[in-house]
Design a protein around this ligand. Structure first.
Ligand code: UTP
Length: 281
């Protein structure tokens, strides 16, 4: 466990998860399991390891199962008491003990930027982390968010976004960044963002460095989001708000250590399942 200035992690989990229909008609995408653990629980574990003890979730009326997952279930607990199955719930109960869970509802799906802005009352006026749980990250040593909160401690006052190289033909699925070296850089994996484009065509893309679902953000982002008009797809885009701060030199891109699985897509979900299965046997 590390100690940093970043104490809260925001989980924007209000989206409909339409790529996983019909599975996501009645079950939130974030509750789909990789083996026996739902995606959201992997995310909360990563946040806790990074030093965040407040899990701030932006949900919707269709996502009650997420709240229930992080609460007690006395009927199940009584029914498995004294049996070997008790150990199955222990890691989750330990998480529930160590973190506090707060929830707010996004009433209309106006995009990721809007979801983050909706979480403002839960986060307050402090730097905070963001995890998109359908991007499942794994590293044998420090988790991806822990790497980022440690970097934030070295470079306070900056937003840090996790990036990775993606195949050229996939750039249109991501926010893509243009970078230059970062003067006071301690690691070549930390770069300054000079421009970013949401879901560009191959021709428009300034690079093949894609933003993935891990961010450390400064509270200034909320005021910027309030002024950010709907962008690509008619949604309020976090990329557009970050670009405003990037122009002031306040946004860094971090090429993280570890693997990321895009569990919002069927291929990524199957890849993650196979990866964790191989690890567990
Ligand atoms: P996605 O673009 O993956 O959308 O959102 P989605 O609804 O989850 O999935 P598909 O594309 O329909 O299959 C990225 C993240 O932003 C959240 C989602 O829950 C996901 O974690 N989000 C998106 C919101 O919380 N609110 C929104 O209005 C949009």
């Amino acid at each position: 466990m590390i100690h940093t200035d970043v104490h809260a992690c925001l989980f924007p989990v209000a989206g409909y998860g339409t790529r996983f229909l019909p599975a996501t008609k009645a079950i939130p995408k974030e509750m789909l399991p990789i083996l026996t653990k739902p995606l959201i629980q992997y995310g909360v574990e990563e946040a806790l390891e990074a030093g965040c003890h407040t899990m701030a979730m932006v949900t919707s009326k269709y996502k009650k199962a997420i709240e229930d997952h992080f609460d007690t279930h006395t009927d199940i607990e009584q029914s498995i008491q004294g049996s070997s199955k008790e150990t199955l719930l222990e890691p989750l109960n330990a998480l529930i003990e160590q973190a506090s869970f707060t929830f707010i509802r996004q009433k209309e799906m106006k995009g990721l930027g809007h979801a983050i802005l909706t979480g403002r009352p839960l986060v307050g006026n402090t730097p905070f982390a963001v995890i998109l749980p359908d991007d499942l990250c794994h590293n044998d040593r420090d988790g991806v968010l822990a790497q980022m909160t440690a970097l934030y401690a070295e470079h306070p006052g900056h937003c840090i976004v996790a990036v990775e190289e993606v195949p050229q033909e996939d750039v249109s699925k991501y926010g893509i960044v243009e970078v230059k070296s970062f003067a006071s850089n301690t690691t070549a994996d930390l770069l300054r963002i000079t421009n970013m484009v949401e879901k560009p065509s191959v021709e428009e893309a300034p690079s093949n460095l894609a933003i993935i679902g891990r961010y450390v953000l400064i509270p200034e982002i909320f005021d910027v989001l309030e002024q950010t008009p709907p962008g690509k797809g008619g949604e309020i885009q976090i990329t557009d708000a970050l670009l405003t701060l990037a122009k002031e030199g306040k946004v860094l891109a971090y090429r993280f250590q570890g693997r990321r699985f895009d569990c919002g897509s069927v291929n990524g979900f199957v890849e993650a399942t196979n990866f964790f299965y191989e690890k567990e046997i």
